[in-house]
Design a protein around this ligand. Sequence first.
Ligand SMILES: *Cc1c(COP(=O)(O)O)cnc(C)c1O
Ligand code: SF4
Length: 353
Amino acid sequence: MPALPFSDTPTEPTPSSPPAQERPPACPPLRWQRELADAVRDPEELCQMLSLDPALATDARRAAGDFSLLVPRGFVARMRPGDPHDPLLLQVLPRPAERTHVAGFSADPLEEKHALASPGLVQKYAGRVLLLATGGCAINCRYCFRREFPYAESGATQAGVEAALETVAADPTIHEVILSGGDPLLLDDDRLAKLVARLEAMPHVRRLRIHSRLPIVLPSRVTDELTAILSRTRLTCVVVVHANHPAELDSTVAAAIARLADARPILLNQAVLLTGVNDSADVLTQLSERLIDLGIVPYYLHLLDRVQGTAAFEVDERSALALHEQLRTTLPGYAVPRLAREVPGEPAKVWIG
Ligand SMILES: *Cc1c(COP(=O)(O)O)cnc(C)c1O
Ligand code: SF4
């Protein structure tokens, strides 16, 4: 058996403590790691940067709870100063409505805790598994399931990843491993390379899928080394980025996607339909057009998972269907994402419409 790819540090580094202690001293942090360490965490600072009413920062501090503000500066730079309704800002600024309990919204609406095939591995669908590579992200999106997900108990740790790899190795029905989290690209290139090498050594594994928002929110993460890792693997690579609004896709993201495309992965996007962010046919059309320009195929438009604290973002199914119908009239078929929702117990994501 090959050497374990991970050190035996029991917990993941969090974005607030960059993994300095894990790197040899001779190896200075890379640009993306410095940008991550320097991300905005203070609501007052964010409001000041965007010339917003300081009262929003006071509200944000109260509303955030354990899921604090976190946003890289490059993402803030794409927000419109002075606009409290900016669609990028709304995704990251904690708002008082998060504290309100709403019927039907719960901590684990997808019942993921029951779908753990082993620590660090979620299997719900045939042939593919989600490997929880880390619990951390470079950004805290307010609508995210992460705000409630018990990563520590669910094996999103190095020991959990090791157990997950053993489970995948022993199950010949698994053809695709989906790196998820958290954001799997928070792993550095060295750890990612070792993880890919482990998967590659399993003959039944054919595809590597990476679900990541980092190419969007921290485009410097797309290093030449990352592209090299994806280029040299025998696995078919699918990279699913997570962009919700066309304004997220600026020139820095375009350059990152161009670097990534050198590895010739299948490039897809997954968006979440969010009130105030992208619940308009015009915005969704622009998002798809921009994605296609960058060589990314819109894959899913997800209805919100009903996680506690996220109700203000929900778009009801009827409005979602109407929006989707409109998209079918404005876009070529390949640029219309599938409208989908996750329903616990179903053998696949449920397509709506
Ligand atoms: C969403 C999801 C997948 C991927 O589903 P696709 O329809 O193949 O994109 C796989 N496993 C789990 C647990 C998921 O939640
Ligand atoms: S998992 Fe995705 S949606 Fe959730 S905080 Fe991370 S980047 Fe945002």
